[in-house]
Design a protein around this ligand. Structure first.
Ligand code: ZN
Length: 50
């Protein structure tokens, strides 16, 4: 399923890097370096249990 991350700080959206979503090694916004983000799925609202 297409999914991407939307930065909570600057709103920049970007694709989820390989495995970082599961491993939690620290996904960062490429624009501002923020580590707080919302996971977006195509056609769905944010769903933490996804
Ligand atoms: Zn950002």
């Amino acid at each position: 399923m297409p999914a991407w991350l939307e930065c909570d700080q600057c709103g920049h959206d970007h694709e989820i890097p390989d495995r970082s979503f599961e491993s939690g090694v620290g996904t960062r916004c490429p624009e501002c370096g923020g580590r707080s983000y919302t996971v977006r799925h195509e056609g769905l609202e944010s769903h933490p249990d996804g």
